[in-house]
Write a protein that binds this ligand. Sequence first.
Ligand code: AMP
Length: 466
Amino acid sequence: MTDFVDGWILGHTLGEGAYGEVKLVINKATEEAVAMKMVDLSKHPDARRTVRKETTIHRMLSNPNIIQYFGQRSEKNMEYIFLEYASGGELFDKIEPDIGMPKWEAQKYFRQLISAVEYLHSRGVAHRDLKPENLLLDENDNLKVSDFGLATVYRLQGKERSLDTRCGTLPYVAPEVLERPYQAEPADIWSSGIILVALLAGELPWDQASAECPEYEAWKNGKYMSVTPWKKLDKFSLSLIKHILVHEPSRRFKISEIKKHAWFRDNFSEDGNPIERDVVDGLRAKRFHKDEEEVLMRTCLSQPELPGKETNGLSTFTIEERPGFSFSQPAHMEDLLLSTQLQTLAYTQTQTQTSLSTFQKMVRRMTRFFVKTECDTTVKRLISCLKKESYTYRINECGIITISSMDRRKMPLVFKINIHEMDGKILVDFRLSKGCGLEFKRRFLKIKEKVDDIIARDSSNHRQVS
Ligand code: AMP
């Protein structure tokens, strides 16, 4: 296998972004794993400016709940961005469509999200596209905000400016963003509130926060109690959400107020009840010290930035040159090599014995299942199901099925089905390419239900598939 960069090898595809794939890259000697975002400028010439802005902003940031930026490489028509690898997958994978997740878990992720947003705002940065698809999880299940493609600096040397670009993902966008101009901080806080609804109810409250949307008008006018998602939420959760999803940005809760609200402040136990105060305070004090130390360490490690090669006025680094390129992740070579093999394993019969447990450790993805049928039969069953559901699909020479469709909101939804053979078993792996993560998960569950008779019912399937 040829090295991608001296000493580094290319692993499997982690996901797909607006301008290209994100791949895993592994250091052969140290076993470090890094995520690499690839942008093909010949296909997306407009991406050059976006990438420049994204990397300029991302490299300023260092926080335990934000994906760490490691460096960038510019080649002829390709841009490579190197990022901390989040092995726990995407947050939306943890959200059960139309159900959500337990309150204590939602609280944990929401706190981590607010901590990241607070940090971003302290640096004068607005994310502008907060949504579960841009929230990744590390190996310890900690939330990491990613994708700074739409981020901007709204405060520089104490001078704040209002923003004028309508951007983001419609159901998560604050009402004032649609009208413009708007203030950065309340807009990010609004999106965080919509994320909280998605975590607790497994659905989004409206297509967009504007007068054309009856669900939004009902919410604004206080006539919402008997409708979903609100009727699924308890009064306590609703009381926080009501302070966040306030139409008027100046009356919307600020981060300091969110942090003081009892829903945010008092820990829920796994049965959904608040834990007694003295226990909570002890836990909080411990966590505070640990987080502070980590922030300090990371900041020190990443500063000062050594000058790199100048390309169009921007410094670029190879991953080896990047100062402070250090992080700790249990990136065992065995697992990572396995993921590399998976690339070539797709849709082929092979004698290679791969271990199920190592694969499960590698990517905690819920949108997949094992089947008891052979590869060909599996593909036939999936295709027949897609036909019955009137999906538009195509299948490439590697056996990857790409499905193109529209979601409930008439927005494009594209996802892929990848079929791997491992350990003598066939794994059917679904991945979102474009569109709403929750809608993708709904479609996955529906297709899974239709092919239920071929799903292997062993303990490993029960563990991983909801
Ligand atoms: P993006 O281009 O940032 O929208 O990323 C597209 C997809 O790639 C995400 O939804 C993730 O599934 C995956 N991905 C991006 N960055 C990382 C990362 N740092 N670690 C693991 N997976 C990632």
